[in-house]
Design a binder for this molecule. Structure first.
Ligand code: BTN
Length: 276
């Protein structure tokens, strides 16, 4: 007898929405794919084709899932949440969205706390982390089309994996919701709550009120106060991460002055000397 698992299903998500436009079926046509190359790529296509503000694209599997810095996002069937939201900000509000990746991390942290009872850590700039291991990540993209610039918010969260299916190096670096809770997690509850939280946070950003959200990011941060090594293109920066700037850059005290890191990737040195 096989046990029934909860898989992504729009019919279980849409009734749980408390949003005005994000993922609302009366505003746009959400999509769910059995298998697709990448939900971010599909949302970009929808943006070019005039898709509605707030449209949600979900997939049960991605064959070419994308991570930051051109990396692959491994997305096996029914193992994770693979979700992209298409947003269409007014051109004159784009400057308020500089911190969007950090803010989405806050929305996801709230949603995972409410639906799975898990406190997650946020690693600058886009990592969702529990106990130093990667639970998920965020990929925000701003494709331009004749209709103007869109904002695609891609979210990947590990839900269930079999330890035996993972190569050793990945096993030690990743974690998934059901491993943490030791019980089944319905991904539909998580997605619906992400949509609810995302709308609230996005509205605040658009109105230029990022400060409270950034304070909430600081509370979840596993980066601030730590020794880090950052690579940005050819450059390597080493020092202590001391804060985030109003525009979301990471402020690093190198000992020879403060440097603002706007992009790239960091490695954190933990108290026990390990790195994550
Ligand atoms: C990262 O940590 O590098 C970001 C990972 C983002 C993965 C998600 S899964 C849904 C969406 N579609 C993609 O191709 N990527 C994002």
């Amino acid at each position: 007898m096989s046990t029934q698992i909860d898989v992504l299903d729009l019919e279980k998500i849409e009734p749980r929405l408390q949003t005005k436009f994000i993922a609302r079926p009366d505003v746009g046509k959400n999509e769910i794919w059995e298998s697709i190359n990448s939900t971010n790529t599909r949302a970009t296509e929808l943006a070019a084709a005039g898709g509605a503000n707030g449209t949600l694209v979900l997939a049960r599997q991605q064959t070419a899932g994308r991570g930051r810095l051109g990396r692959q996002w491994v997305s096996p069937s029914d193992s994770g949440i693979y979700a992209s939201f298409l947003l269409k900000p007014e051109a004159n509000s784009l400057q308020n969205l500089a911190t969007i990746t950090l803010a989405v991390g806050v929305a996801v942290a709230r949603a995972i706390r409410t639906t799975a009872g898990i406190e997650i850590g946020l690693k600058w700039v886009n990592d969702l982390v529990v106990d130093g291991k990667k639970l998920g990540g965020i990929l925000c993209e701003m494709p331009a089309s004749p209709a103007g610039k869109s904002l695609i918010i891609g979210i990947g969260i590990n839900v269930r994996f079999q330890e035996k299916d993972l190569p050793d190096d990945l096993k030690n670096r990743m974690v998934w919701l059901e491993k943490i809770t030791s019980q089944p997690v319905d991904p539909n509850l998580v997605v619906a709550e992400i949509a609810n939280q995302l709308e609230a946070i996005y509205d605040e950003l658009l109105q230029g009120r990022a400060k409270n959200i950034m304070d909430e990011w600081r509370e979840h941060s596993i980066t601030l106060g730590k020794e880090i090594v950052a690579s940005a293109g050819e450059r390597t920066i080493q020092g202590k991460a001391i804060d985030i700037a109003p525009g979301g850059a990471l402020i690093v005290d190198t000992g020879a002055g403060n440097v603002e890191l706007h992009a790239g990737e960091i490695t954190i040195r933990n108290a026990d000397g390990s790195y994550c």
